[in-house]
Design a protein around this ligand. Structure first.
Ligand code: 5AD
Ligand code: SF4
Length: 476
């Protein structure tokens, strides 16, 4: 049994990160475990988790499991979890309640927990006390060991916990089964060293480790030759890419330039921290048409006092300078953001400064959250005098404003023709297609199935706060 330890995961040592490039081979004894059995994966949280689940799927399929969308049909159930806010914990434990019921009827099913919640001591302790009927818990740093952990759990017939508190090496070549044939997530770095005071990520994902440029470029080139149209470069703080290289001077703007040269039609990147965003990056994005004019630039708060308490390293003014620089340099740039309301002791004045900066920036979209204390983070120790009711009321006021600007931003596209990568059918039904514009706006599109997988011109015929409707024009 290997338990998580928050104090350990907080430490940042000088230990060298090895890059393991061996071919991924699974022991023959593990390859048959899933024969005639089905797997079900539920993914919570960010794009990083979606990408990890694509590797979990590949690993389970290497073990001969096949996929099912219905958890009640599955022989193995894996919850790939997120730790960023308490409400995700509640959803995960709610799901585990339903699965417990299922296990009562089908005692042979295997149930596992993966992702960021596995890295939290409080979660694993709760599982050991109240969820002993589960089969395994696997951490984020050893996720490639899923087959071995499942094997252990089956042999042991009891709860197997394998969570490494310290980040390990970078393992290249872990298999992946991508969800889409047209757009792909590409990890460029793991972990985060920013330690914003409210955030659990530097503990659950470990210290920043950048993948080598040649490995990233190789992956993107393979995607191009497999017919992929779009890549999203992934990291918790992509602008800090390369800062951890000991002997290599190579940063995010170099990487963007080299990925652009692969000829992939669309490049996106998330998430950016305003602190590390350089002028060189803006210049490279401006010069290269295959880098999309879309920026997710979390501001978190409009109050300098709160930003300081959050440990964000920029203030209102420097954020605005960056924001305006991007808008000026890049025609049709869209900028979205993340905002937290109700950080400990946020006053009405502080909150008004947030509303005020939203008024000033008129964000094209924003993800808004009520602050959620995370055990072990510095902010969780700050005394908080705000009631949940006040926080909810602030969130509502903020959302009304955010929706107004999101809609205004969409309205500018009415009757315009914009490029959309058609990804497949929309949830709307009626053979409606869906895809995203270069500026990352979701569009429901009237078109033909032959357009799926292509970037086509779409005329916008109707707008909503969070999506657009359109129809394909002048495509083959
Ligand atoms: N409480 C609420 N929101 C949080 N986020 C990160 N940590 C917390 C927390 N403890 C939000 C931030 C971040 C986004 C991914 O989640 O806005 O940018
Ligand atoms: Fe968390 Fe992002 Fe701050 Fe890193 S930069 S600590 S992931 S909010």
């Amino acid at each position: 049994m290997k338990m998580p330890n928050l104090m350990e995961s907080k430490k940042r040592g000088q230990s060298k990160v090895e890059i393991i490039r061996d071919d991924f081979v699974l022991d023959d004894s593990l390859k048959k475990i899933g024969k005639d059995k089905k797997y079900y994966i539920k993914t919570y949280g960010c794009q990083m988790n979606l990408r990890d689940s694509e590797s979990f799927k590949a690993l389970l399929e290497e073990m001969s499991y096949t996929a099912t969308d219905n958890y009640e049909d599955a022989d193995i159930l894996l919850l790939n979890t997120c730790a960023i806010r308490e409400n995700v914990h509640n959803k995960v434990f709610g799901m585990l309640g339903r699965i417990k019921h299922l296990k009562g009827k089908k005692p042979n099913i295997i149930v596992g927990l993966a992702g960021c919640m596995s890295q939290e001591e409080v979660v694993v302790e709760k599982i050991l006390k109240k969820y002993k009927w589960m089969d395994f818990v696997i951490g984020t740093h050893n996720m490639h060991r899923l087959p071995q952990v499942i094997d252990e759990a089956i042999k042991k017939r009891g709860l197997e916990v394998e969570v490494w508190s310290k980040e390990g090496d970078i393992i290249e070549n872990v298999p992946v089964k991508r969800d889409s044939k047209y757009k792909a997530w590409v990890n460029i770095m793991y972990g985060c060293d920013k330690f914003c005071t409210y955030c659990i990520v530097p503990y659950t994902r470990g210290k920043q480790r950048s993948r080598m440029p040649e490995d990233i470029i190789k992956e993107v080139k393979e995607l191009v030759s497999d017919g992929y149209k779009e890549v999203t470069l992934l990291g918790q703080n992509v602008n800090a890419y390369g800062k951890d290289f000991a002997n290599l001077k190579y940063n995010m703007s170099n990487l963007l330039e080299d990925v652009s040269k692969t000829g992939i039609e669309r490049i996106r990147f998330v998430t950016s921290h305003p602190w590390d965003f350089t002028d060189d990056m803006i210049e490279v994005i401006k010069q290269n048409k295959n880098i999309m004019p879309y920026f997710h630039l979390p501001i978190q708060s409009g109050s300098d006092k709160v930003l300081k308490l959050m440990g964000r390293r920029y203030n209102r003014q420097s954020y605005l300078e960056l924001f305006n620089k991007i808008k000026k340099a890049i025609r049709n740039a869209t900028i979205t953001t993340d905002i937290i309301v109700g950080f400990p002791n946020e006053t009405e004045e502080d909150f008004k400064e947030t509303l005020d900066i939203v008024d000033e920036c008129k964000f094209d979209g924003a993800y808004t959250f009520i602050y959620s204390p995370r055990a072990g983070t510095p902010a969780a120790k700050m005394q908080d005098n705000l009631s949940l009711m006040e926080k909810e009321e602030r969130l509502q006021r903020l959302n009304a404003l955010v929706n107004k600007y999101s809609r205004l931003s969409n309205e500018k596209l009415l009757n315009q023709t914009v490029p959309v990568l058609i990804e497949g059918y929309s949830e709307k039904g009626n053979d409606t297609l869906m895809g995203y514009t270069d500026t990352f706006k979701l569009v429901n599109v009237v078109g033909d199935k032959k357009h799926i997988g292509k970037i086509v011109n779409v005329e916008i015929t109707d707008v909503k706060s969070w999506s657009l409707n359109g129809r394909v024009v002048d495509a083959d």
